[in-house]
Every structure is written in C-alpha cells, then in structure tokens.
Design a protein around this ligand. Structure first.
Ligand code: MF3
Ligand code: CO
Ligand code: CO
Length: 270
C-alpha cells in the first residue's frame, strides 16, 4: 500500500525488504537512469550546469516523480554536478562546460515513495589520457564491488574489492564519503564503505537495498568541503570520478535497479 513503511530490521539494524518491494525500486531506479540517459545530449561545451539541472528537474517531475535532493538538508537542486577536481556534491551554477572537462551527474528521484539514486561520468570533447583512464578505472571498480554482492558475503568484501582494484592502478579511493542503505528513505544503515578488509562487516542478506558509489582520485584520497557547505574537492586538486548504482540483494546475487535502459551508463557513446 502506498505510504506504508515496509521491511523489517535485521540484527545489524539494516532494513530487509520483501520480494514484492523490488518492483518499487525497479521503477524508481529506472526513472533515475532514464534521467541520466536524457541529459547525455545536453552535455556539451558552453552549457551551464544550472541549465542541465533545470532539465533534470523538469524531466523527473514530468514523469510523476520528485527529486529527493530538493529540500534535503537545505540543498536546493535536483542534481549534484561535480566537475573535474570536485569529488561530489557539486552545486549546479552558471559555470559553463568546456572542452576537456569531466563531470559526474548524480540524481535521486522518489517515485511512489521509493528512492532511486544513481550517478555516472560524462565527458566534454576530447579528454586527456589520464582523465579517460580515471573514468575507466572508477567505472570498473564499481562493477568489482557489485560482483561481491550475494548472500553470505560481507560489506567488507565490497570495500576490499573496490580498494584493491583501484590501488592496483595507483589511484586512490575517497574515504570521506560512502554508499548507503536506501528504499523508502534516502540515507539509511549501513554505511557502504569503498575500502576495507575481506570478510569483515555485516553479512549481506536477500532484501537489502543499498548504493555503491565509489569516488576515485588520481592523487591523494583526502577531500575538503568548500565554504558553500556542500562542494567536496580533492585537497591536492587532482581529478576525481564517481559512478553509483542502487542495488538489491537477491537469493543468488544482486539486481541493479539503476541500469541504463539505453546501455549508456558507461560513457562510450561519443
Ligand atoms: N545523491 C547523493 C548520494 O549519492 C546525495 C546527494 S545529497 C545532496 O547519496 F543534497 F547533495 F543532493
Ligand atoms: Co547515494
Ligand atoms: Co547519488
């Protein structure tokens, strides 16, 4: 029933949802992914990030959903748009995109009470080789984390898989932000760390819904938040990238709720 809170807490304080709850996440996840597909053609030199945000808000609302970020802890926009050395939570503004930029666009929508949260990288014109490589490794690190999702594995396995993969390429995993449980709320237990030790942390169970959203830096992992209270940047000003999916644990593995219907999650379209 709409409006009713579903699921029960397990011994680690993590909500376990029922089989029928996957349908709500599928619908909201799909809408979030379609929003990120829609914006692809508008990401080009000269456009402002505020213009992109306006299109995102209009699209989400045209589909009978709302943005989860508008009004969230005082945030006023339908997306976070994080350019170059911005790690996450970049605020849409009148800054114009230019050739060689990389950016993450992160959207969360609420459809029939269910939260769909996803982000991916976009490229503007021709990139440096190291920027291309950063995007590749970050995308692949998310997929390495997702491969660990099955009942009986632990949250530490997800973090360890991501960290080992990223550090093998001499890049670094951001420690200051993490993934999170979600479902009928935006940010719930557990914190999903993108680093860690194999076999540690809560055990994964069917019916858990959460995000994995690694942020990877070319330089050091440390970040700082600017005076606007939101924009997180790399302290050493090196480039940063991020990809995010919302996921459910199934009896045998996982379901990704935020797959791109057009197959455009990974930016190979240009
Ligand atoms: N979508 C972000 C996440 O992945 C949260 C953004 S909160 C905002 O968890 F207020 F900055 F929009
Ligand atoms: Co998230
Ligand atoms: Co997000």
């Amino acid at each position: 029933m709409a409006g009713q809170k579903r699921g029960h807490l397990n011994k680690d304080g993590i909500l376990i949802y029922e089989k029928q709850d996957f349908e709500g996440m599928r619908a909201s996840g799909r809408l979030a992914a379609e929003t990120l597909d829609m914006i692809i053609e508008h990401v080009k030199p000269g456009v402002t990030t505020a213009e992109l945000d306006k299109r995102i808000q209009d699209y989400i609302e045209s589909r009978g959903a709302i943005s989860a970020t508008i009004g969230y802890r005082g945030y006023e926009h339908a997306s976070c748009i994080s350019l170059n050395h911005v790690v996450c939570h970049g605020i849409p503004s009148d800054k114009r995109l230019k050739d060689g930029d990389i950016l993450n666009i992160d959207v969360t929508c609420i459809l029939d009470g269910w939260f769909g949260d996803t982000s991916r990288m976009y490229k503007v014109g021709k990139l440096s080789r190291k920027a291309e490589r950063l995007i590749d490794i970050t995308h692949d690190s998310l997929m390495k984390g997702i491969e660990q999702v099955k009942p009986g594995n632990t949250f530490g396995d997800i973090g360890a898989a991501i960290q080992e993969f990223v550090e093998g390429y001499r890049m670094s995993v951001v420690r200051d932000f993490c993934g999170h449980g979600l479902g009928q709320a935006f940010h719930t237990a557990p914190n999903v760390l993108h680093y860690g030790k194999w076999g540690t942390g809560p055990v994964l169970e069917p019916g858990m819904f959460f995000t994995i959203e690694p942020m990877v830096n070319l330089g050091r992992p440390s970040t700082k938040v600017l005076a606007d209270g939101w924009t997180a940047v790399t302290r050493d000003k090196t480039l940063s990238a991020q990809f995010e999916h919302s996921i459910g644990v199934t009896e045998t593995g996982y379901e990704i709720f935020t797959l791109s219907p057009a197959g455009k999650f990974y930016p190979t379209w240009d």
